[in-house]
Design a protein around this ligand. Sequence first.
Ligand SMILES: CC(C)(COP(=O)(O)OP(=O)(O)OC[C@H]1O[C@@H](n2cnc3c(N)ncnc32)[C@H](O)[C@@H]1OP(=O)(O)O)[C@@H](O)C(=O)NCCC(=O)NCCS
Length: 173
Amino acid sequence: MSAPAANLTLKLPRPSDRDRVDRIVAATGVFRPDEHAVALEVFDGAVAHPGVDYHALGAYDEGDRLIGFACYGATPCTVHTWDLYWIAVDPGAHRQGTGRALMEASEHDIAARGGTLVVVETSSRPDYGPTRAFYEALGYDPAARIPDFYAPNDDLVTYTKRLDSSRSTSRHV
Ligand SMILES: CC(C)(COP(=O)(O)OP(=O)(O)OC[C@H]1O[C@@H](n2cnc3c(N)ncnc32)[C@H](O)[C@@H]1OP(=O)(O)O)[C@@H](O)C(=O)NCCC(=O)NCCS
């Protein structure tokens, strides 16, 4: 059972955190090289032009070191749907509530911006079992599955969560 993430600061990441993002993404061990490159691309877009295509949120420990991040954005051609594009936490900090804190803050921000449906996509692979358990623990429901989407025997699993857009009006990050 993770304790509430004490001494955690959530804020817009700095461009200089790119190396930490690079290391965290590598250290998780679940992303292919092409996915790793896309994670950095999304991070770069989010810090260079916050809110244009992507929003980013960083989680910092008491030494002001980035230990996790999330990137999300409004889904083009929808009225109120947002995609959670990326979330990763340094494996050394897993199960301490950092991922939950990042997701909850992202959801608050999305709700404050009028979003009412959050979509996350992940893989059916066994090594993504903890990730699926994480989303389900946070109230995400499996909504769709496309067999062999990522690769043979590697399905796309789409989770959704409805937000109450009235629940937050002030936690823009
Ligand atoms: C998924 C991830 C972001 C979770 O981060 P985290 O900081 O460890 O998560 P939390 O500590 O906030 O966990 C919140 C809850 O999720 C569930 N959960 C998290 N990790 C879990 C695991 N390994 N096994 C089972 N349940 C898990 C638990 O219910 C947990 O609550 P509890 O610890 O009180 O039981 C992290 O494991 C990660 O970076 N994974 C690799 C990258 C990844 O898969 N990103 C998503 C790509 S689609």
